[in-house]
Ligand binder design. Structure first.
Ligand code: NAD
Length: 476
């Protein structure tokens, strides 16, 4: 599949390719150009040329195009979901949710096309100020491989509605569905150059995009270490930044919780997308009164998950996305076992044998009896492994929940309002869920504190972040 530059399919300046393969089978799916700095320059030029006319359209006209694009995504959702499962690995049910989720996001932004609103400031005799919100110019979006379609929606929706033009850099493992959706956006009436997609390695095309002096804002989702490098590069020309980085979300289950519901929450929260989600449940804190019962139910459910090719009906969990991912998760378990940090209650090894030998499958894994200061809790585990800690009370749970460099999401499972209040006030996170985890509808701001990032995506605040104010001072 080719890149999309200035509304047309583009090869790389130098004709070399990146192969995209199915992580469940190793099957070759397609190839995309290994883009270069020249390709990024061409895309930024196209976006710059398209900016004036796009910014002059009404937000309503821009919103209508997003709305039409959402309709085309819905029309093609089956093919898009299948492509996403083939390149990413997740079960087709999850891919379908993700593709529909992207349409929901575009529709949401189309629906708030009356924004961003400005304001009038009366200065009495000295005059009046009219403050409007204007777009920034050419923006860059850098996407990871775990939720490429939703994250594309989070960036494309507000950036384009606000009147910016965009150059998007997908992850090399999952560029295909992003490119297909960009094509649908053209079909929906997006003028040439408004959305450009350049494929290629992060250190080359991604870095060239961030460093480009004409880029006014970068919205990046990915690893913390990459986020730090991006900040340095963007600072060199003062580009605005949204950084959505890693997370190590705690889930706290109190003694008064609805236990079966919380067990389902932990199962979905940890094993959805094979655990490769920034806001997955990555640390489970159980009140000691219910810990044993909870673990008995959770272990049975975890062992009952059907792991397999995401295209097969009935699959609950697909493969990890790459050999590197499989290697990382295997090392986490090996090192945790060597340090004797807990007891493996389910899984704990790769899934091998007929049907699994060409893919990157790991068994859904539970580790019980983990001490609060165990090494395994210090880093983000980006895969299907859940360490479980037993706590004596809420204060201990909150203290341990905050014992992390991250602060993306957190959940508390309880029926008690005072518990909710204390968790909401004291746990450091961008979102606190009560009796659920993971869900982030388009209206809800999403982003973290501490090393989980800066800025927010989703909701009307994200739209604001793609604009700046401009003031007309009327001295009567
Ligand atoms: P990654 O940082 O390796 O890659 C993300 C993107 O950045 C890719 O497109 C990559 O090509 C590009 N990139 C890599 N190096 C670059 C550079 N030097 N300059 C510019 N671009 C570069 O991350 P990943 O492994 O794809 O994603 C996994 C990480 O993303 C996890 O830590 C996860 O928690 C995080 N994540 C966060 C959120 C969130 O919203 N907070 C959402 C999803 C994933």
């Amino acid at each position: 599949m080719d890149m999309l530059i200035n509304g047309t399919a583009a090869h790389a300046a130098e004709e070399t390719w990146i192969e995209v393969k199915n992580p469940a089978t190793g099957e070759f799916i397609d190839r995309v150009p290994r883009g270069s700095r020249e390709d990024v320059n061409a895309a930024v030029e196209a976006a710059d040329a398209a900016f004036g006319a796009w910014a002059e359209k009404t937000t309503r006209d821009r919103g209508l195009i997003l709305y039409h694009a959402a309709a085309l995504i819905r029309r093609d959702h089956k093919a898009l979901a299948e492509l996403l499962t083939r390149e990413q690995g997740k079960p087709i049910r999850e891919s379908t949710d993700e593709v529909r989720g992207c349409a929901n996001i575009l529709e949401y932004y189309a629906s708030i096309a009356g924004m961003p609103a400005g304001e009038n400031i009366s200065l009495g005799k000295a005059g009046d100020c009219l403050v409007t919100r204007v777009p920034l110019g050419v923006c860059g979006a850098i996407i990871p491989w775990n939720m490429p379609v939703i994250i594309m929606g989070w960036k494309v929706g507000p950036a384009l509605l606000a009147g910016n033009t965009l150059v998007l850099k997908p992850a090399s493992a999952t560029p295909l569905t992003n490119l297909r959706i960009a094509g649908l956006m053209q079909e929906a009436g997006l003028p040439a150059g408004v959305l450009n997609v350049v494929t290629g390695p992060g250190e080359i095309t991604g870095a060239a995009l961030v460093r480009h002096p004409q880029i006014k804002k970068i919205s990046f989702t990915g690893d913390c270490a990459t986020g730090y490098r991006i900040r340095e590069m963007a600072d060199s020309h003062l580009a605005a930044l949204t950084l959505e980085l890693g997370g190590s979300d705690p889930m706290i289950v109190m003694a008064d919780a609805d236990i079966p519901k919380a067990v389902e929450g932990a199962l979905r929260g940890r094993f959805y997308n094979a655990g490769q989600i920034c806001t997955a449940v990555k640390r489970l804190y159980l009140h000691e009164k219910i810990a044993e019962e909870f673990m008995r139910l959770l272990t049975a459910k975890t062992e009952g998950l059907a792991v397999g090719n995401g295209l097969a009906p009935g699959t609950d969990m697909g493969p990890l996305n790459s050999a590197e991912q499989l290697g990382r998760i295997s090392s986490v378990i090996r090192e945790t076992t060597e340090r004797e940090e807990g007891t493996i209650r389910a899984g704990g090894c790769p899934l091998t044998g007929p049907g699994f030998d060409k893919g990157f499958f790991y068994k859904p894994t539970l580790i019980a009896g983990v001490a609060p200061d165990a090494e395994i809790l210090n880093n983000e585990i980006f895969g299907p492994v859940l360490p479980v800690v037993t706590v004596p009370d809420l204060s201990a749970a909150i203290r341990e929940a905050n014992h992390s460099k991250y602060g993306l999401g957190a959940s508390v499972w309880t029926r008690d309002l005072a518990t909710v209040k204390q968790v909401y006030r004291e746990v450091h996170a961008g979102i606190i869920w009560v009796n659920r985890h993971l869900t982030v509808p388009p209206e809800v701001p999403f982003g973290g504190t501490n090393e989980s990032g800066i800025g927010r995506e989703n909701g009307s605040k994200a739209l604001d972040s793609y604009t700046q104010s401009k003031t007309l001072y009327l001295g009567w």
